[in-house]
Design a protein around this ligand. Sequence first.
Ligand SMILES: Cc1cc2nc3c(=O)[nH]c(=O)nc-3n(C[C@H](O)[C@H](O)[C@H](O)COP(=O)(O)OP(=O)(O)OC[C@H]3O[C@@H](n4cnc5c(N)ncnc54)[C@H](O)[C@@H]3O)c2cc1C
Length: 411
Amino acid sequence: MTVSFTLTPEQEQLKAAARGFARDHLRDLAVAVRAEQGPLARALLFRPTFERAVAAGFLKGFIPTPFGGRASSGVDAAIFVEEWAAESPDFVISMAGPLIALMPVYEVGTPQQIERFVAPFLADSGAPLATMAYSEPEGSANFAAEGPGLGVRTTAEPDGDEWVINGRKAWASHLCGWDGDGPDVMTIVCRTPGGISLIVAEREHLAGRIEVEEYYDLPGLKGALTTRVRLRDVRVPRANLLGEEGQGVQLTRNAFFPSGASIGIFAVAAMRQAFDVAYRFALTETRGGPVPIIEYQAVSDVLADAKGRIEAVRLLSWRALDAVMSMHPSGPELALHAKVFGSRTGVDVITELLGIVGVTAYDEEFPIVRHLMDALSYPVIEGSNVGVRRRQLQALLTTPGYDPLAASGMA
Ligand SMILES: Cc1cc2nc3c(=O)[nH]c(=O)nc-3n(C[C@H](O)[C@H](O)[C@H](O)COP(=O)(O)OP(=O)(O)OC[C@H]3O[C@@H](n4cnc5c(N)ncnc54)[C@H](O)[C@@H]3O)c2cc1C
């Protein structure tokens, strides 16, 4: 098989279409969202554009081709996410719910479950939402812990043909949906008599059963709708259990690999925008001196280092998404590195770029600090680096027979 990093004609087309949509529909929207007061009002501003993106077929870009979507390769997904996230990462996060919530459906869903739960996201109209309800207000890094008061607290009790779900969930995008009655599909990590399990609740089960306790007012990713909610007596058919009872821990970890790898691309998008601003500033601004500041070695060093690190994170993330989406055994390890290395590098690079712009960068109207506010989220979302992702890397490193060359294919 040939390895090539040159985009195919189809990928060039995808890039142009994604960039065109982002320029025409996301750029001004992002400005309007930042100007809006209140997290719910900001999130609702996305809806008309969300509907336009669905009508244009972009939602299918989050669904793998074997399940009726258009996500044919990890590199395609990376190109698409980078172009949109460069203009509005919060819009991408709002739309990308299926990337996590449907992963366990693909992995262990019955043919009937796959057909039913994926169908809303193959539609060409509306603004369908999927949510992976894993995080809880009391913590989620130790969600698999067993013992009184430990780990997942949300419960699902069997009652005849139904599960009755009670508990509190937090942070996941669109837990309350557009209107408080929930998303179309919510994959809920919960405790059943047989252990930690995943159960899908659909909108018809969630309506009237979600109480929003708080809308989080985020410092970046302003339009991403994250809340803390209580689920009260959500009744779901027993047939909506994914896989077996007790399979929930592994399914949850697996569900977050593609989105974890994509965090590297979100970081690239933020770095690329910040680089563009800092580079143009350095080329044109003299700040009262005799030459543009790029003529100073200290300034150009920062730009050169930033550019190198952006390229490195992009390539690592392409590789990770490619491996994850093709179910290659190296997928989990590469996805973890793309998440941890990509998110840390994003914060470091943008902070240094701010440094060469100087005090002007600290004006919210100057278009650079907003990228740092977005990037600051990447180490702590999709499983924080400290509490979740590095522990997963430690588990890999301590697996008997671990081969450090295997992930790269160089063993
Ligand atoms: C915009 C946005 C979107 C999100 N989307 C989703 C989503 O779709 N679905 C979802 O469920 N969640 C979502 N989240 C939440 C996100 O995935 C968090 O990463 C997740 O809740 C885990 O948080 P945490 O690792 O900080 O865990 P916590 O349990 O809150 O832990 C807090 C900290 O304690 C320390 N810690 C705890 N235990 C250990 C340990 N055993 N070892 C080492 N350190 C430890 C770590 O420093 C850790 O970061 C989202 C958050 C945001 C902001």
